[in-house]
Design a protein around this ligand. Structure first.
Ligand SMILES: [Zn+2]
Length: 155
């Protein structure tokens, strides 16, 4: 399911595979510093629609699985890593605070995990949702798959 609880009040700000580019100099600088400039985006970014900028957004687990990391990293900021029953890794990044579910916990699809934020390498409040075919580190080439298939299930 969509990892933003009130998804109807948000939009996709950067889709999977879209290349990092910005007309906004401050944002462009963030992308350059992070080594992302011109590279394909490895997840889907969701941000609030302008009329809902003042509102908090609850983030939920898009799938059921086990938490293998819950904490802070310089790039992802406060983030959560969940491994699903197929061994795929789901990453929910740039949360406002430390995720409310912790290492080793079982989470269920739709369960609250935290709030949308802008921690780590982020140019504004959004959720970065990334899916890998494996939780192996470092991530092997081509392990990223399109998260849209989990966000927008076919009827
Ligand atoms: Zn992103």
């Amino acid at each position: 399911m969509h990892p933003v609880k009130e998804a109807e009040k948000t939009r996709v700000s950067m889709d999977f595979g879209q290349r990092y580019y910005s007309d906004n100099p401050a944002e462009a600088e963030i992308f350059r510093k992070a080594g992302l400039w011109g590279k394909p985006h490895l997840g889907v970014d969701t941000c609030p629609l302008p009329e809902f900028k003042g509102q908090e957004f609850v983030i939920v687990a898009p799938i059921s699985g086990e938490v293998i990391r819950s904490g802070f990293a310089p790039d992802y900021g406060f983030h959560l890593r969940i491994v699903d029953s197929e061994g795929r890794l789901h990453i929910l990044a740039h949360l406002k605070t430390a995720p409310i579910v912790k290492l080793g916990m079982q989470v269920y699809e739709g369960q609250d995990i935290g709030w949308m934020g802008s921690t780590g390498n982020s140019s504004g409040r959004h959720l970065h949702y990334e899916v890998r075919t494996t939780a192996v580190l470092p991530p092997p080439p081509k392990c990223r798959i399109d998260p849209n298939q989990f966000m927008f299930e076919a009827e």
